[in-house]
Every structure is written in C-alpha cells, then in structure tokens.
Design a binder for this molecule. Structure first.
Ligand code: CTP
Length: 400
C-alpha cells in the first residue's frame, strides 16, 4: 500500500494535551511512509512541545499564528486546507472538538478546519470524565453527523492516575485509518455520482402526507464518501434535516414524481447512480386543495409512483446502477429479483428488522455476477465506503 502515502499532503493538527508528545511519533511515521506533512499547532500545544521539534521532523514551517503570515515561508489557512488530502488532529482536546463543532475560528487550526473540504480525522485524548461529559459527546456526535471521522480514545491509565477511556488511540490504529482514508480518496476521480437520499412525501392535502421513516443518513453518507474519493457528487434528496456535505451539489425534492424528474434530468451526465432514497411506492390519486375534514371512514385511492430506478435501468448505457432493497422477509431472494428486474449492477439489501433510521446498519450486497457479500453491523459511513469499493470494481469492469 506504499503508493497510497507517497506525495500525499497531510495536515497534522496538534492541540495541547499530555498526549501532545505522541504527535511527534505520529509525524515521524507519516513522513517515513512518504507523506508530506504540514504541522499546525495550537497555542497550548506549544506549551507541551516546542514547534522546533515538529519543524525539524517535517522539514516545513509549523503553522501557529493566524495573524503574522509570511507568505514566503508560510501558507495561509485557506491555501493549506485546499491542497490537503487529509486533516488529522492528534491529539484533539475537548476545546478543539467544541470549536470545530460550533464553528469557532480563533486560531490557525480552527480556521483551517472551517475552510477545508478534505476528510478530517480526529483522535481525541483527554481525561476520563471530560471525554464522558455530555458536552464532549454531543459535540463529537455533531461532528460525526457532518462526516468528520473520529477515533475512540483507548481505555487505560490516564495522566490523572485514573483508569478509563481517554488515552490517545494507538499509533497503529491511527496510521491504519489514515491509510484507509488516503487510499480511498482517488479511486472515483473523474466519475459523476448521483445519489438519492431520504424519504419522499406524497401530499394528501395542504397539511398531511404519506411518507416513511427514512432519515437520508445512508444516502448522505454515500455522497460524502464518494466526494472524499474524488468524485463529482450530486444529491437529490427528499425532506431530511441533514446538512449538505461540503462540495456536494444538492437538489431538494418532496414527491416521488419530483425525484423522478430530478434524477432523469441528471442521468446524462451521471456515470454512477446510487438510489438510496426510500421512494414512496404510491401517492394519493388526488391532493385535496383544502384541509380534509374528519369523517367516520375515509377511503384514499393510491396510484403507483413511477419507478425511478427501473427507468434508469431501461436507459442504462455504461452507467453503474446501485439500488437498495429494504426487506423484512426473504431478503436475498427479493433483492436478487429486484437486481434483475431493474437491470442493476449491485443491490444493497438491508433487513429493516435490524433498524432503519439509526447510525449503523447491517447490509448484504449482491451483484449481477451473483456474488453475495454479507457485512456485519457497521457505521453508515463504513457501509458507504464498502458499497463504493464494490462500485469501483464494477466500474472498471473487473469482477473481483
Ligand atoms: N425505487 C425507485 N423508484 C420507486 C421505488 C423505489 O427508484 N418508485 C428504488 C429505491 O430507491 C431503491 C429500490 O428502488 O433503490 C427499491 O426497490 P423497490 O422495488 O421499491 O423495493 P422496496 O420498496 O424496498 O420493496 P417492495 O418491492 O417490496 O415494495
């Protein structure tokens, strides 16, 4: 995997903690593997380890001060963020986590974080009680929801003498995740990925609609992962409360018919279509212009919605098509049938009895060659990458 590291631009953010000295070893390992590393230190980090150590080992100036930029030696936070392949912050303090989560920008590192679109990996290290505090956990949850990668601290003896979770993740774990993130980055360059996400809402009257429990998390995770791997990414999303990952072009729709239009309009330029949306199969045959009044019984006639994926399958060309199948019974059999009927390359089947709206999911992938891959319960981010790993192979026409 050496090629993964060579020439990669990594920004190593170092914040102030007892674990700050461990960043020196991380830097040595990163440069030793062939990466170019620019170190950014917070003020408190400099109280623990002198910038000179990092400067010497990285053979680059250490970026510390937002206001005294000497452009001959230093680069501004925007330029640094633009050329980075990865921002790794190790160790990450509770303070920096809070700043990132809430968009505070009062030093070089926090400004850089806000201005970069590259993948971000945080390796928190702090005292047990601090890490367990709801404020820290909620800030981390916020960041994760926006696609920031975070490593759980390790369990063990802490500087305070207490035993608990708070130690900086193991060096080999950090390096492994960095390698995964770097390695995945380039393999969708040149592709245009269209992802649909979320539910659709089918109005009954001005205030009511038919819909489902989809949150859009899976689709947005795929969009973000595809962007991280170098693709140009468009999302057509039903109603969700999710933020758009930076660099992703988003179109919001409400109904299945609107989604159908939006997807078909973008099909020409799409090389990979991933239909993660939970499209409502039916819509009310009429939309009452006024709010419907109570009655003892009411009959609603439903019409079939157009099948977006089936239509994309009819116009397939050389495009890679990925569908989802949410099942409660006969998972594989139903998924296989959908794969064939809609001319898909890959179908991702999830047993929704395991859960639907959470942060994790358990899926089985089936491809048109009949290969079946059952994944364990994983984060949606990880599942997104596993799907894209398969898409890359399918796109190349390889059948590994
Ligand atoms: N899909 C679509 N247009 C629809 C309905 C579904 O593009 N009108 C897509 C979904 O985004 C998903 C796949 O097709 O990728 C799901 O196929 P579908 O046959 O609708 O399966 P389910 O609704 O899960 O199951 P069932 O056939 O049992 O209703």
């Amino acid at each position: 995997m050496k090629h993964v590291w060579e020439g990669k631009e990594i920004i190593l953010g170092v914040t102030g903690s007892i674990a700050t000295y461990k960043a020196v070893e991380i830097l040595r390992e990163l440069t030793g593997r062939g990466a170019n590393v620019t170190v950014v230190m917070t003020e408190s980090a400099q109280r623990f380890v002198a910038p000179l150590t990092f400067e010497t080992l990285s053979r680059r100036p250490v970026l510390t001060d937002l206001f005294t930029l000497d452009y001959n030696k230093h680069i501004g936070h925007v330029a640094a963020g633009e050329r980075a392949d990865l921002l790794l912050v190790a160790p990450t303090t509770a303070n920096t986590i809070a700043k990132f989560a809430h968009g505070l920008a009062d030093d070089f590192l926090s400004n850089l974080y806000l201005s970069t679109t590259c993948p971000v990996l945080l390796a928190p290290a702090m005292d047990r009680e601090m890490y367990a505090h709801r404020a820290v956990q909620e800030n981390l949850a916020l960041l994760k929801a926006r696609g920031v990668h975070t490593l759980d601290p390790e369990y063990g003896e802490l500087a305070s003498g207490l035993i608990g979770r708070g130690r900086l993740a193991d060096l080999s774990t950090i390096l492994q995740i960095v390698e995964d993130l770097l390695g995945r980055q380039q393999d969708l360059t040149g592709e245009t990925v269209l992802v649909t996400a979320g539910p659709t809402q089918e109005p009954l009257d001005p205030v009511r609609y038919l819909s489902n429990r989809s949150t859009g998390k899976m689709g947005f995770a795929i969009a973000q992962a595809a962007r991280d791997r170098g693709a140009h990414v468009m999302v057509v999303s039903g109603p969700t409360s999710l933020a758009t990952p930076a660099g992703v072009l988003r179109t919001d729709v409400t109904t299945a018919e609107e989604m159908y239009q939006a997807v078909l309009e973008r099909l020409d330029t799409t090389t990979i279509l991933i239909m993660a949306a939970a499209v409502a199969d039916y819509r009310p045959s009429t939309r009452a212009p006024q709010k419907m009044k109570k009655q003892e019984t009411i009959t609603i006639e439903l019409l079939r919605n157009p099948d977006i994926l089936a239509e994309a399958g009819r116009q397939k060309g050389s495009r890679v098509l990925v569908g989802f199948a949410a099942e409660t019974e006969d998972l594989l059999e139903n998924a296989r049938e959908k794969l064939q009927k809609k001319h898909l390359d890959l179908i991702v089947a999830n047993d929704i009895r395991v859960g639907f709206a959470g942060e994790t999911t358990r899926v089985t992938m089936l491809d048109r060659q009949g290969r079946v891959e059952e994944l364990p319960e994983l984060s949606k981010r990880e599942v997104a990458h596993r799907i894209l790993d398969r898409v890359v192979v399918l796109r190349r026409g390889e059948h590994a």
